[in-house]
Design a binder for this molecule. Structure first.
Ligand code: GLC
Length: 548
C-alpha cells in the first residue's frame, strides 16, 4: 500500500495539539536493524526502514537512547548527552535520519534521561575526583548513617540499596535509584537545570520533534532524605521489582516539585512545537494527573499501568477508562514497551494472545492522546526465547531474576539468517529464530497478515478525528463489555467469553473488526465474537443492503 495515498499527510497534525490522535512507534535501537554487520542495531538501519513505518501509518518514531554510553543499562546510562554512541552511528547519521523521517511525514522523538547519568559521565568523574568540584553538587552525595551504612532505606529498582559508597573514599554515599553505574542527578541544583535546558535545545536545533522523558516521576528527592515508609514485609527470594514495590515512594519519587521542572522545560521547547511525554509510574493517579493536566509541564505521560496489564477484562476496561479520564487528553498509551514482556505473551500467547492484543488496541485507538506500538507489535510477536546469554542487568545481577530481554529480541525482517536483522554471525542478544509468517517481509506481502490489520486500524484512527476529539459517550460498561460512542462511530468491545449482541439504534457499517470476519450483522443487530472489538459507523441514510 502506498503511504501517501493511504494516510493523510502530516499537516493534518499541525497545531500545538498535533500529537493528540497520532500513532507513535517505539524503536529499541539495539534491536531494530543492523546496517553494518556488527550484530547491533543502528541509526542507518532505522533510516533505511522509515518507508516501512510510514507505510504502516505511524506519525511518530520514538528512538531509545542513542548517546555514548558504557551500556550497563543498554543506553539508559548516558556518558554524553549531546553526541551519538559510535556503535549506533554519528551525528550526521542522526541528521540524515531526521531529514528522511520528515520527508516521509514522520516526526522523531528522542529519549532523554534526566534522573541519572552514567558514572562515566565527565560530571560524575569530576565529582569523585575532587570533593570541592562544582560537579560534586550535580549528584546526591550524603553522609553515611551513624552505623556507617547507607543514609536511608531507599532501594534500587535493580536490586540492593539505592546507595553506594563514594569511590573517592570520603565515607559518603551517592544515591542511585537504578544501577550503581547510574548515579542520580541533583535537580535541586539549578546548574543541572541549565545543563538540561541546553541539552534539550541541542536536539531541538537538530530537528528532534519531541522527547520521551525517562523516569519522569523521579527527579525530585526529599531534601531531608527521610526513609520511605515500608508497606509490606520483604522476604528472601523476592524479585527486585517486588522489593522496590514494598515501599511507599513518597520521598524518592512523585514529589510535587517535579512538575515545576517540566514547566520550565516546556517554556524552553514549546515555542518550537516540541512535545514532552513523560515515562510515568501511574500507580498514583492523582500524581499522574498533576503532571499532564492543563498548565502542567508535560504534554502527556505514558500510562505504564497499561504496558504491564495482563488479560483480565474487567481491569483492562477499568484502567483504560480511568486513565483516559484522569489524563484529560494527556495520555500516551502503549500495550508494550522495552521494559515489559510483550503484550501477546501477557495476554495468553499464541493466536489467543494475538487477537486479544488487537481487541484492546482497537479500544485504545478510540481514546484521546497518542497511541504507541512497540517495534514488531504489529507482527503479533510474542516474547523472544533467549538462547544465548541474558543481557539485562536485572537478570545478570540478581541470580537470573526475570528480566527484560524477552521484550528486546531483534526485529524479524526476513526468513534468512538472524531473521535478516544482522549479517554478523550473531545478534547482540541471541534468540530463537522466528517462523517465516512472523517476519516483516511475509506480513507486508500477505494482505491478511496481522500487520495489515494494524495498518487498517491506524488508518481508521487517522481518518476519524472524532475517535479522540468528539466527547466520549459511554453506552455500556460491564465486567467484559465496553461500548463507547464517538460521533458517528461506535466501538463495541466484547472481551468476554460469549458472543455479545449489540442492537444499534441506526443503520451502520462495520469499519473495523479485530477478528477478521468474526462479526455478523442482521439488519441493525451486530454479533460481536468473544474477545474482539468492532468499530461501526452509523449512517441513517444507509440502505439495509449496504450492511451485508
Ligand atoms: C526507564 C527505562 C528503562 C531503564 C530505566 C532506567 O524505566 O525505560 O529501560 O532501565 O528507566 O533508566
Amino acid at each position: 500500500m502506498n503511504a501517501a495515498s493511504a494516510h493523510p499527510p502530516l499537516d493534518r497534525l499541525d497545531g500545538p495539539d498535533w500529537w493528540r490522535g497520532a500513532v507513535g512507534y517505539e524503536i529499541y535501537v539495539r534491536s531494530f536493524l543492523d546496517s553494518n554487520g556488527d550484530g547491533m542495531g543502528d541509526l542507518p538501519g532505522i533510516a533505511s526502514k522509515l518507508d516501512n513505518l510510514a507505510d504502516l501509518g505511524v506519525d511518530v518514531v520514538w528512538i531509545t537512547p542513542f548517546y555514548p554510553s558504557p551500556g550497563k543499562d543498554h543506553g539508559y546510562d548516558v556518558a554524553d548527552y549531546t553526541d551519538i554512541d559510535p556503535q549506533f552511528g554519528t551525528l550526521a547519521d542522526l541528521d540524515a535520519l531526521v531529514t528522511t523521517a520528515h520527508e516521509h511525514g514522520l516526526r522523531v522523538f528522542a529519549d532523554i534521561v534526566p534522573n541519572h547519568s552514567s558514572d562515566q559521565h565527565p560530571w560524575f568523574q569530576a565529582a569523585i575526583a575532587d570533593v570541592d568540584s562544582p560537579y560534586r553538587d550535580y549528584y546526591l552525595f550524603r553522609p553515611a548513617a551513624a552505623d556507617g551504612g547507607p543514609p536511608n532505606n531507599w532501594v534500587s529498582h535493580f536490586g540492593g540499596p539505592a546507595w553506594t559508597l563514594d569511590p573517592a573514599g570520603t565515607g559518603e554515599y551517592y544515591c542511585h535509584l537504578f544501577l550503581p553505574e547510574q548515579p542520580d542527578l541533583n535537580w535541586a541544583n539549578p546548574a543541572v537545570m541549565d545543563e538540561f535546558l541546553a541539552i534539550l535545545r541541542f536536539w531541538v536545533d537538530r530537528g528532534i520533534d519531541g522527547f520521551r522523558i525517562d523516569v519522569a516521576h523521579g527527579l525530585t528527592k526529599d531534601p531531608e532524605f527521610r526513609d520511605n515508609p515500608q508497606i509490606r514485609e520483604i522476604t528472601p527470594g523476592m524479585h527486585p521489582t517486588e522489593i522496590f514495590e514494598s515501599f511507599d515512594h513518597v520521598h524518592d519519587l512523585h514529589r510535587l516539585g517535579t512538575t515545576l521542572i517540566y514547566q520550565r522545560w516546556h517554556e524552553e521547547v514549546a515555542p518550537f512545537g516540541t512535545i514532552l511525554l513523560g515515562e510515568m509510574d501511574s500507580s498514583n493517579i492523582d500524581r499522574f494527573r498533576e503532571y499532564v493536566g492543563r498548565g502542567a509541564g508535560l504534554d502527556g505521560g505514558f500510562v505504564l499501568t497499561v504496558s504491564s496489564m495482563i488479560w483480565h477484562p474487567e481491569s483492562i476496561i477499568s484502567d483504560l477508562l480511568t486513565f483516559d479520564h484522569a489524563a484529560n487528553g494527556g495520555a500516551a498509551w502503549a500495550l508494550s514497551n522495552h521494559d515489559q514482556p510483550r503484550v501477546v505473551s501477557r495476554f495468553g500467547g499464541g493466536e489467543v494472545g494475538v487477537h486479544r492484543a488487537l481487541a484492546v488496541m482497537t479500544i485504545m485507538v478510540a481514546l484521546d492522546g497518542i497511541t504507541f506500538l512497540y517495534q514488531a507489535e504489529e507482527l503479533g510477536l510474542p516474547n523472544a526465547v533467549i538462547v544465548g546469554a541474558n543481557e539485562d542487568p536485572i537478570t545478570t545481577r540478581n541470580d537470573g531474576a526475570a528480566g527484560r530481554d524477552v521484550a528486546r529480541g531483534p526485529v524479524p525482517w526476513t526468513n534468512g539468517p538472524n531473521n535478516g536483522f544482522t549479517t554478523a554471525g550473531r545478534a547482540w542478544l541471541q534468540i530463537e529464530p522466528l517462523p517465516a509468517d512472523m517476519t516483516v517481509d511475509a506480513q507486508v506481502a500477505d494482505p491478511h497478515s496481522n500487520r495489515h490489520r494494524y495498518q487498517q486500524l491506524i488508518g481508521l484512527r487517522k481518518r476519524s478525528p472524532q475517535l479522540w476529539q468528539t466527547p466520549m459517550e459511554l453506552s455500556r460498561r460491564t465486567e467484559a463489555e465496553l461500548i463507547i460512542r464517538r460521533g458517528d462511530l461506535t466501538v463495541v468491545a466484547n472481551l468476554g467469553t460469549e458472543p455479545y449482541d449489540y442492537v444499534a439504534d441506526a443503520r451502520f457499517v462495520i469499519e473495523f473488526e479485530s477478528r477478521a470476519g468474526g462479526a455478523t450483522v442482521d439488519v441493525n443487530r451486530l454479533r460481536v465474537h468473544p474477545e474482539s472489538t468492532v468499530v461501526i459507523r452509523h449512517d441513517d441514510h444507509l440502505e439495509p443492503e449496504a450492511q451485508a
